[in-house]
Design a protein around this ligand. Sequence first.
Ligand code: GDD
Ligand code: MG
Length: 196
Amino acid sequence: MMQPKSRVKIVGEEILSNGWTRLSSYLLDYIDRKGATQRLKREVYHRTPAACILLYDPKRDLVVLVRQFRLAVHLNGDPAWMIEVPAGLLDDDHPEQAIRREAMEETGYRLREARFLFKSYPSPGAIAEVVHFFVSFIDTADRIAEGGGLAEEHEDIEVLEIPLDEATRMIETGEIFDTKTIVLLQWAALNRHKIR
Ligand SMILES: Nc1nc2c(ncn2[C@@H]2O[C@H](COP(=O)(O)OP(=O)(O)O[C@H]3O[C@H](CO)[C@@H](O)[C@H](O)[C@@H]3O)[C@@H](O)[C@H]2O)c(=O)[nH]1
Ligand SMILES: [Mg+2]
């Protein structure tokens, strides 16, 4: 089999938009499985890498989630104050450094450890974003600030402490419908015997 890299040649990039995030239209020559070269046009939204984390308190058997307004969800007509695990863009930091910073800014919890679980592409058909997933075991004593997000960035984040079983049920009821949050709550359900 041909090496994957030699099957793809970028022929051109047209920048369609270069605001908060760059949106490009690419022309590429792609050699398919039969060896034929296809010239393809593909749009890519160059989101920067991100990280997210499940904050689980084993003593209280609860998770710390955040609720904030998401415009894209609002435009789709879905309930837009979304319940999510804390998450954020890496902003050129190492994923662990970034998620420690985001956990503090959004929830006020200072993490003792942050364990890397896996990385994932939430929407690989069009979006370059890769998300690094973490888990951290927390205790009430670790909450040293209010959280709520950065005022200068107009973040308006509500911190929620929800029993793990209830949060898992909220996937079934449709109250939690953010992918990274579903993935981490399902990770907790799969690893229940190890974390409780
Ligand atoms: N000026 C400007 N600011 C923006 C824009 N989009 C986002 N911001 C600001 O950029 C900051 C991003 O906050 P983070 O905590 O770093 O990221 P996040 O929005 O929580 O992102 C995480 O969740 C998203 C939804 O699941 C993910 O898409 C993202 O990759 C990441 O996981 C916020 O202050 C937000 O207001 C924009 O178009 N323009
Ligand atoms: Mg965030």
